[in-house]
Structures are given as structure tokens and as C-alpha cells.
Write a protein that binds this ligand. Structure first.
Ligand SMILES: [Zn+2]
Length: 168
């Protein structure tokens, strides 16, 4: 705020000196001075905070979609690569760490990460325990989302095939 260019409403004395020493009345005539609001900081830390939060949420949303769309693909890829590796190099590793388990762990990690993004987005500022519980819960729910998408996809697919057969 600019230095107050103010004069007394009663005697027109310049009040800058009176304000500086903290007087609440005019030093010449004794008129009570209107109170001055404390200067407001220009860069409001609350606004910066909200901006950072919005940026974080945007990042989380992108993360969610990448993980949501990428998890089935990653599982498939791990399965294919693992199968291929198992064929190329016969190894005891695959006996204890079979392809199915590798795919399962990959998908689980993807689900948990997706769940974490959702928990972050939905729960917001939460304790670590809340976030962990939310990640597991949302990750578990994602299984049903994928199943639902699979069922709908299969239905649309078979409907398309049926329609195709009718008009063939
Ligand atoms: Zn005065």
C-alpha cells in the first residue's frame, strides 16, 4: 500500500507523521482518525496454494488415465514378453515365478497405482493411512470397472457380430 497521503478532516494537518507514530487522533486538533486497514499482501499465499493444488490435481488426473488405460496393456505386454523369454531361455526362475504370477503382480501394481491416484483426487488431503486404505479400496473397485467394461465390450462385440450375420 502506498504511504497514506491523508490530511485531517478537521484541520487539514498532514497526518503522515501522526500515523507513523501510531496516533489514532490528530496531534493538532485531537479529532479521532478513521482507522486504516492493515495492508493486504499482494501475493496471497492462499491463491498460490490453490494454484499448486489445482496443478497437482491435473497431474493426478493425467496419471489416473494413463494408468487406467495402460494397466491392461502392461499386463498383456508382461505376459507376452514373459512367455517369449520362457521359451527362449529355460530357467528355474519361471518355475518359481511363472508368467501368470508376473502378469498378476503387474496388474496389481497398476491397480494400486490407479487406486492411489483416485484416492488422492477424491480424498484430497488425507493421512498416509487413509491414502493407503483408499488406494487399496479404489484399486479393488477398479477390477469391477474393468470387468464391467469387458462385459459391455463383449456385448457390443457380439451384438455387432449378430447384426453383421443378419445383414450378410
Ligand atoms: Zn486535526
Amino acid at each position: 500500500m502506498d504511504p497514506v497521503l491523508e490530511s485531517c478532516g478537521n484541520c487539514q494537518q498532514d497526518l503522515a507523521a501522526d500515523r507513523t507514530i501510531g496516533l489514532t487522533y490528530c496531534s493538532r486538533c485531537g479529532t479521532t482518525l478513521p482507522s486504516i486497514e492493515p495492508p493486504v499482501e499482494d501475493d496471497d499465499p492462499g491463491a498460490n496454494d490453490a494454484e499448486a493444488k489445482a496443478r497437482e490435481r491435473k497431474g493426478m488426473r493425467i496419471c489416473f488415465w494413463v494408468l487406467f488405460l495402460g494397466t491392461p496393456g502392461a499386463g498383456l505386454l508382461v505376459g507376452l514378453v514373459s512367455n517369449w523369454l520362457g521359451g527362449v531361455m529355460p530357467s528355474a526362475i519361471f518355475h518359481f515365478f511363472p508368467t501368470g504370477l508376473q502378469v498378476f503382480l503387474t496388474v496389481c501394481a497398476g491397480l494400486l497405482a490407479t487406486g492411489y491416484c483416485l484416492a488422492k483426487l477424491r480424498v484430497g488431503t488425507a493421512t498416509r493411512a487413509d491414502l493407503v486404505a483408499g488406494s487399496i479400496l479404489y484399486g479393488f473397485c477398479m477390477i469391477f470397472v474393468y470387468i464391467a467394461i469387458g462385459v459391455v465390450g463383449c456385448s457390443i462385440g457380439s451384438a455387432a457380430v449378430a447384426i453383421y450375420r443378419i445383414f450378410k
